[in-house]
Design a protein around this ligand. Structure first.
Ligand SMILES: [Zn+2]
Ligand SMILES: [Zn+2]
Length: 293
């Protein structure tokens, strides 16, 4: 029996952080699969997936809770703002997308409130699955001891309204599934599509819905086309597929994301150079990269 969160269609982000007229994207975690804190990977970053979007209204939206979320939490705690909280969107619950959550300090502060959106499973709730990570089997603090107010919302393929920002989720091809998100904010569009094994030959209809005319497309580019042949079914795409999607969907800027742990900075530099031949407005997500829209 399918379950649905209490406010899947209309969620109010907890508060306004600070008002500015443009949305900002910041990459706190860019790596796929497992954190790789190695000296020759520091340009593109060793922390796993965590991207912060502050909307034009100043709402805090966090995409995924990989290890990069720890540093984001420290920065949030240092911000002078009476409004505390935001919305966290999980693409899915594989380790590299949730391991930063127990180390995200704001959840231990009762003044904070977070809405946590994540994929539905018919057998276990989203809250249960995150509780499992923070159970005494694996972590010294259990989720029940967290003092921030947490609201768990299981998403389906319906738009979610956060203030004036609309978030559109679509299911993606990945082991156990994942969600990609289109964030529409004051005429600007950010598409976040990680952990998505997308066909190379065609652009899927749901992909067009998420990525159409996006100002910034953040896309899973874990593999080279050669590497992909050995990793079919592992749930990830190539930089070449990312450039094809960017071109066909009228994207303005492509950000290659979810870097393979085995790729050092020089290797990713080479991938970006090749990708730019296919789609010139390509960069790779790098540690602490900030993009203003
Ligand atoms: Zn991943
Ligand atoms: Zn995954």
């Amino acid at each position: 029996m399918a379950r649905r969160g209490p406010s899947a269609r209309r969620g109010l982000a907890a508060c306004v952080l600070y008002s500015r007229d443009m949305a900002t994207i910041k990459f706190w975690g860019t790596r796929g699969s497992i954190a790789t804190p190695l000296p020759d990977r520091m340009k593109y970053g060793g922390d796993t997936s965590c991207v912060e979007i502050v909307t034009h209204e100043g709402l805090e939206i966090i995409m995924d809770a990989g290890t990069g979320m720890r540093r984001l939490g420290q920065v949030i705690m240092g911000r002078k703002s009476s409004c505390k909280g935001g919305a966290l969107f999980l693409s899915h619950l594989h380790w590299d997308h949730i391991q930063g959550f127990p180390f995200f300090i704001p959840i231990y502060d009762p003044h904070f409130k977070f809405q946590i959106y994540g994929p539905m499973r018919v057998d276990q709730t989203l809250e249960y699955r995150l509780k499992k990570q923070m159970s005494d089997l694996f972590f010294p603090v259990v989720l029940e001891e967290v003092s921030a107010k947490l609201e768990f919302i299981e998403i389906v393929e319906e738009p979610i309204q956060l203030g004036q920002t609309t978030v559109i989720p679509r299911f993606q091809n990945h082991p156990q599934g994942s969600y990609g998100y289109r964030i529409e904010d004051a005429g600007k569009v950010i598409a976040y599509m990680t952990d998505n094994e997308h066909p190379a030959a065609e652009v899927l209809e749901d992909t067009r819905i998420l990525a159409a005319n996006a100002d910034v497309l953040i896309f899973d580019a874990q593999y080279t086309p050669e590497e992909y042949e050995k990793h079919r079914g592992w749930g990830h795409s190539t930089w070449l597929t990312a450039t094809k999607i960017a071109r066909e969907c009228g994207v303005k800027r492509l950000v290659l994301f979810h870097h393979d742990p085995d790729h050092n900075d020089d290797f990713i530099d080479a991938i970006v150079a090749l990708a730019c031949e296919q789609f010139p407005a390509t960069i790779a997500a790098s540690r602490d990269l900030e993009i203003q829209l």
